[in-house]
Each structure stands twice: as C-alpha cells, then as structure tokens.
Design a protein around this ligand. Structure first.
Ligand SMILES: C[S@@+](CC[C@H](N)C(=O)[O-])C[C@H]1O[C@@H](n2cnc3c(N)ncnc32)[C@H](O)[C@@H]1O
Length: 252
C-alpha cells in the first residue's frame, strides 16, 4: 500500500517532525555523505522535510513524488520559507529519464530492492538510501504506520554486496512520535491510519478499533504543553546507506 497523504496525515506528519526534530536529526546523518554533492534528486520525497533541512548544503534539489497533495504541501512550505533552490515536481519517479544528479535520495521509498538499482542510474556520485532497520509485512499493529516495509537494512546490505557495490552503512534510532492536541485528535489519528491501512479493520469492526485505541491510550505520555498535551512516543530504528556509484560493476 502506498503512503496516503491528505490534509490530516500531512498535518500530523509536519507536527511530529517539528516536535521531535526527526528530519533535522536525519539530515545530520545525511549531510556528511553529500559533502561533495551540488545537485540532489529526492525520489519519492513525500513532504520533502529532509530536503528542506539539506537545502542550505547543496546548490539544487529536485523533489519528486507522484502524490499531488504532498507536492502541493511542499510547495507551500517552500513559498513560506522563501526557499528557491528546491523544486518540487508531481510525477512518477519512473519517468525520470535523461536527467542526472550528483546524488539521489531514496528515503523510505521503493517497493522492491530492484528500485535501488533502477534509481542508482540517476546519480553520478552516490545514492543515499534510508530504510527501516527491519522489514515487515505491515500487518502488525503500530500506531504510527501500518504499511508493509518491503525491505530492511539486512536485505539492502545483501543486495548491494551481491552486486559488488561499495557502500557505507550507519544505523540510528531517532524519535519520531506523534503529538496530539487532545484525546479526540489521538483517536482520530488511530482511526485514520487503521482504516487507511487495512480493509479488514473497517469502521464496522468496532471492537478491533476500540482495542487499538486502548493500546494507544496506555502508551500516551502527558507533555505538560498547552498546545499538544499528549504524545505517542515512537523510536524509529533506521539505516542510512551511502552507495558509491563509481564502484558499480554489474547491475544486472
Ligand atoms: C513512505 S513515503 C516516504 C516519503 C519521504 N521520502 C519520507 O521519507 O518521508 C513514500 C513516498 O513515495 C511516493 N511514491 C511511491 N511510488 C512513487 C513513484 N513511482 N513515483 C513517485 N513517488 C512515488 C509516495 O507518494 C510517498 O510519498
């Protein structure tokens, strides 16, 4: 299932990023890996929050996502901040042909390992790959995301090694929990993600929905803040790979 961006999920995502500093922290991991790069293409950029953090480090960034709501929201952020060296394009990343960048970023993007090989052709220097530490089927109950994670760090590392690609890997655990304005906001979050992620967990299955909410409420922390008094903690375990383009021997 693709990530579903709409007014609500975009707003939750922005608040979570601002509150936890997730993208600022992620940018700290990525920055040294693109120190010699001037141009970047973020493939499947979503809201592009990582790119906003990296904008001051490079000359140009192209952000590509096929979701128009995400690209619309990114364009609003770019206008509001007066950022001119980041361009957001609503398009299918598979249609990116004939253009090249120093680096390409794939952050929690890609439905198969073969996507890595495909998008590596877009860059001259290296690919920055950010993946969940572990793959999962997406069936488990997770208050933040119920999507399948088709590959994790071990699968990526195996895939790159088999192809003789030179890479560096960094592991990190970054906080990316969700602040809420109220309990109703938190319940709306769970209802929205549960119904987006699973046809089985439909609104008709009230018992399952109540169990999800009870589980979430047990984990909610009180922040003492007036604007976002509740917080659902989440550590995101991830791996950042820098895959060197110069070392490619055989991608077939
Ligand atoms: C899990 S989100 C990750 C977004 C962002 N990179 C991040 O780290 O927050 C995956 C994104 O890939 C986009 N996407 C999926 N397939 C795509 C394709 N073929 N072309 C462009 N975007 C695509 C989705 O719309 C979604 O925004």
């Amino acid at each position: 299932m693709d990530y579903v961006w709409n007014e609500k999920t975009l707003a939750w995502f922005k608040v979570a990023s601002a509150h936890t500093g997730f993208h600022a922290n992620l940018a700290r991991l990525v920055r040294p890996l693109i120190a010699d790069c001037e141009t970047i293409c973020d493939v499947g950029c979503g809201l592009g929050l990582l790119d906003l953090e990296l904008a001051q480090d490079v000359r140009d960034i192209l952000c590509v996502d096929r979701n128009e709501a995400a690209i619309g929201a990114l364009n609003e952020l770019l206008r509001a901040r007066g950022t001119r060296n980041v361009v957001a394009r609503a398009m299918d990343a598979n249609a990116l042909v004939g253009e090249r960048w120093d680096a390409a970023i794939m952050s929690f993007f890609g439905s198969s390992l073969e996507d890595i090989a495909r998008f590596l052709t877009l860059c001259d220097k290296r690919m920055i790959l950010i993946v969940h530490e572990k793959s999962s089927t997406g069936r488990r109950v997770n208050a933040i995301s119920l999507r399948a994670k088709p590959f994790g760090a071990a699968e990526v590392s195996g895939f790159l090694s088999e192809r003789g690609l030179r890479f560096r890997e960094t592991r990190a655990a970054l906080e990316f929990g969700q602040p809420f304005k109220s309990l109703a906001d938190a319940r709306d979050f769970i209802r929205t993600y549960a119904s987006l992620a699973s046809h089985a967990a439909s609104a008709a299955d009230e018992a399952a929905w109540e169990r999800l909410c009870e589980d979430m409420e047990r984990r909610l922390a009180r922040t003492g803040r007036a604007d976002y008094p509740l917080y659902l903690p989440k550590r995101k375990n991830l791996a950042v790979f820098a895959v060197e383009k110069s070392a490619i021997r055989d991608l077939s």
